[in-house]
Design a protein around this ligand. Structure first.
Ligand code: EPZ
Length: 423
């Protein structure tokens, strides 16, 4: 329930092992890509998160049949005849806009409500639309809707003004069945893009270059259902790494791909933490109070914006002064006011935050304003003095599977209280 709350007792040292779930931001495009084939796709290790259930609702609204069968999620998109999704479903989650590319490739037509802004920014789609138009798509934007249609998608050379993750994914999924070759320049390089390429190539697509800034897609006539295990969630794993440091703990995070976390590992080492890497795990040990540092969010392989709030919580108890610059989203400092309520000393100048470290945060009543802000406050509460009540944790449910249970296994004292008051 979105209005549930956590009651968190601070100063609990975390110790032990925690398994990362499958990546939310890889699972969402994989689900959308399942629309490209007539038949049953099998997806493994998909996390049971609110955002995943929202995307499943969107696919079902289009005519697909989607069920969890044990560990597997089966998407049967044989009868996907509809090309329009109910407004309420579309506005529930921004990433539902990832149906744009696959539906155009499948049915040549789609009408979707622009998912609208969210707490962290306006979330425009101009790059998605620019690329589709270059592939021959007619696009009308009226009354907050996007109406797009095309007889036959054609390959094109597309230069993205910004390395947008969503635009790169939508254009890849449109291009796989286009006539001719599409080249995306200044493409996003996130690991989730590589996972999408691997899934599509298993379906019979011909894509090369994901993970670099030029991706080449040779259109094919048909794609076939396949099976795929989603990559682990690097942002969930990074959140756990910060939790270990903030609680002076010693935590081994399993089911990770270490190179996906290089930017986070490097920063934590710079701050003075002990980060050791295995082939599919990372162990983080605190070596005492961390030192302040400067941090600037950048597209991958730079420091991820989705780890910025969590790092702000970390740096608010560092020794010395730190500077965080958020270059990706224009409004991703919603967590600052709530951290201040816990005693953090943070001043904002536009997209720059100056954090003067304090010895410890204090428990308080705070609320999650968005997914990663909620995660930051969860971490702050674990390290603070006394207890913290964290409200509106539905935001956190969107991106973290079984969070309280996973942390209780590490020694945290976290109670989930439902909005109806039951524990
Ligand atoms: C994806 O969002 C992630 N979501 C976000 O994670 C992540 O923060 C973001 O990439 C950046 O890494 C999913 O993958 C579902 P973008 P996306 O298009 O694709 C501008 C989380 O917490 N832009 O790369 O929407 C845009 O305004 C979420 O898990 C345009 O200008 O991000 C933003 O400033 C939050 N025009 C920047 O690019 C466009 O057409 C990055 O946006 C598209 C984007």
């Amino acid at each position: 329930m979105p209005m549930d709350r956590y009651v968190i007792t601070g100063k609990q040292r975390l110790e032990g092992k925690i398994r990362t779930s499958g990546a939310k931001n890889a699972s969402l495009p994989l689900l959308a890509a399942s629309l490209l084939v007539e038949g049953k796709s099998t997806l493994l290790d998909i996390p049971r998160l609110a955002d995943i259930f929202s995307m499943i609702e969107v696919l079902e609204n289009l005519g697909a049949k989607v069920d969890f069968q044990g560990e597997a999620l089966i998407v049967d998109s044989t009868d996907v005849s509809r090309w329009e999704v109910e407004e309420t479903l579309m506005r529930q989650m921004r990433a539902s806009n990832l149906i744009l590319g696959p539906l155009l490739a499948r049915n040549g037509r789609v009408r979707l409500s622009k998912p609208g802004g969210c707490a962290i920014g306006s979330r425009p789609m101009d790059q998605h639309i620019k690329g589709l138009k270059e592939m021959g798509v007619k696009v009308k934007e009226r009354h907050g809707y996007i109406e797009a249609s095309v007889d036959q998608l054609k390959g094109a050379g597309i230069y993205l003004d910004v390395p947008s993750v969503g635009a790169t994914e939508n254009l890849m999924m449109a291009a796989v069945l286009a006539k001719g070759t599409t080249t995306i320049y200044n493409a996003a390089r996130e690991p989730e893009i590589i996972d999408l390429q691997n899934f599509l190539n298993k379906m019979g697509a011909k894509i090369r270059g994901a993970g670099m800034d030029v991706i080449r897609i040779e259109g094919v006539d048909k794609l076939y259902p396949t099976e795929h295990t989603v990559i682990p969630d690097r942002i969930e794993a990074g959140t756990h790494m910060v939790a270990a440091v903030m609680t002076q703990g010693d935590v081994e995070i399993t089911n990770v791909i270490p190179e996906h976390l290089e930017p986070v590992s490097a920063k934590l080492r710079q701050a003075g933490a002990d980060v050791s890497i295995g082939d599919d795990y990372i162990r983080v040990k605190s070596k005492g109070r961390i030192k302040g540092l400067d941090c600037k969010t950048m597209p991958h392989p730079g420091f991820p914006t989705d780890m910025q709030p969590q790092f702000m919580a970390l740096l608010s108890i560092a020794e010395g002064t730190s500077i965080i610059t958020e270059t990706i989203f224009e409004n991703r400092f919603q967590h600052v006011d709530e951290l201040r309520r816990m005693g953090a000393h943070i001043t904002l100048e536009g997209r720059t935050a100056v954090i003067r470290g304090v010895d410890t945060l204090e428990g308080a009543f705070v609320e999650a304003t968005d997914l990663r802000a909620g995660a930051a406050l969860f971490l702050a509460a674990l390290s603070a003095e006394d207890a913290t009540v964290l409200e509106k944790i539905g935001h956190i449910d969107r991106g973290y599977e079984n969070l309280a249970e996973k942390y209780r296994n590490l020694g945290a004292k976290v109670l989930r209280v439902s909005s109806e008051g039951s524990v």
